[in-house]
Design a protein around this ligand. Sequence first.
Ligand SMILES: Nc1nc2c(c(=O)[nH]1)N[C@H]1C(S)=C(S)[C@@H](COP(=O)(O)O)O[C@H]1N2
Ligand SMILES: [Mo]
Length: 415
Amino acid sequence: MKNDTSKSTLSLFNRRGFLKAGSLTALTALLGTDIVFADRLPPNYLPMVFDTDPLASKNKNLVVLNDKPWNVETPAYLLDDAITPADKMFIRNNGLIPSAIDVAGWTLTINGESVKAAKTYTLNDLKTKFKAHTYQLVLECGGNGRAGYFPKTSGNQWTEGGVSCAEWTGVRLKDILADVGLKDDAVYIGYYGKDLHLSQDPTQAVISRGVPMQKALEDETIIAWSMNGADIPLVHGYPLRLVIGGWPASVSGKWLHTIAIRNKVHDGAKMTGKSYRLPIHPVVPGVDPPASEFRIIESMPVKSLITFPKTGLEMPVGQSMNLRGHAWAGDRVVKSVNISIDFGATWQLADLKAPKNRLAWQHWTANVKLPQQGYYEVWARATDDAGVSQPMVMPQWNPEGYCNNACHRIAIKVV
Ligand SMILES: Nc1nc2c(c(=O)[nH]1)N[C@H]1C(S)=C(S)[C@@H](COP(=O)(O)O)O[C@H]1N2
Ligand SMILES: [Mo]
C-alpha cells in the first residue's frame, strides 16, 4: 500500500520540493492576494501564514508539550465537561497539519488487497448514501500518563490530559465496507491521512495505523465529518476522520482520505517496530527487549480522572467536599469507582453513571469528609466489568511508556 500513500498524499510540493502550480493557486486563493516572490520560495518551504496555529481557538490553560509537531494536553480540571468541547480537546499530531484543504474535492477511497474493487466516495456520497450515527467516544493517546514512568521513557511527557470524549457523527465503516464488497481474506484495515511529514517530504508517510476487521466492523467505528454538532476542527481532522473508541487514539486517523483493507496486519507508518506496542512478557524497568517480543496495543486499560475540584484546593475545616470525574475502560464497561482520602488504605464507593453509549466515558460523583486540618490526597480508582482495577502506583513499566493507568490523585489542604 506504500505506493498508494505516496501518490495520494502528494499535496503541496512537487518532486523537487517546489510548490506545485495547483497548490500555489489554492494558497493564493486562500490568502486573497498574490505571493509576490513565489518563484523564489526555497524548496519545501511552506509560507508561514499557512502554518496553522491550532492553539488560537483553544483554552489558554492547555499545556504545550511540543510544537513541532503539536502535542498539547488538557489539565484534568479542564476535562470536567460531560462531553469534551473542541477548545479543551488535547492535540496529538505526528506531522504537520495539512494546509489548503479542498473540501469540495475531498474523497474517501477504500482500496487494498482485500477489496473486490476499489471505490471512491465524495463527502456528499457519504452523507447521503448511508445512515448517519452519533456516538460519544473516548479517544486516549497510547502515551497518556507517560510522564509517570520511571525510569523515564522517551516521547511526549503526557501527564493525564491526553484523553477526550466528544460526540462524533458520521457513517459506520461497516456500512461502507458492505457497499464496497470485501474478499474473504480481509484481516485488517489501515488508514491514510493528508498530513505532511515533519520533513515536508510528501513521499514520507506520517502515520498510517489500523485495527483488525472485528474492531473495524463494530457499530461504533465511524467515518465522521462532525464533532459536537459542528464541522470537525482542522487540528482534529477536518473534514473527515476515522473514529474508533476504546483503543489507542492513534488508530483514529485524522484528515482521512483512504482506508486500505489488508490481507495481513497493516504495516503502515507507526504500525511496525515498537510503536504502540507493549512487551509480551513483563520486563524489569529499564530493560528493552527486541521488537519481536512486543505486541500491538488493542483495548486501552481501565482508567479514571478527578475533574473537580482542581488539585491544590484549600478548603475550610468542617465542610464535606463534592468530587466528580469520568471513568472509562477501553472496550469494557466500568463497574465501579472508589475514592480514597488516606493513600489507598480505605475506599468509599462513588456514584457511577452508565455510559451514554458503548465506548463513551462514564461520569462519577462522590462526597467525602476530610476529618481535620492538614494535607490530604484524594485518589480515584476505577474497576472494569472483568474485575480489573487501576493500579495505585506505576503499572508495568514498558520501554515506550504506554498505557500508564495509575490512579489519578489530587492534593487538598484543609485550613
Ligand atoms: N492523520 C493523522 N491522524 C492521527 C494522528 C496524526 O498525527 N495524523 N495522530 C494520532 C494520535 S497518536 C492520536 S493520540 C490522536 C489525537 O487526536 P486529537 O489530536 O484529535 O486529540 O490522533 C491520531 N490520528
Ligand atoms: Mo497518540
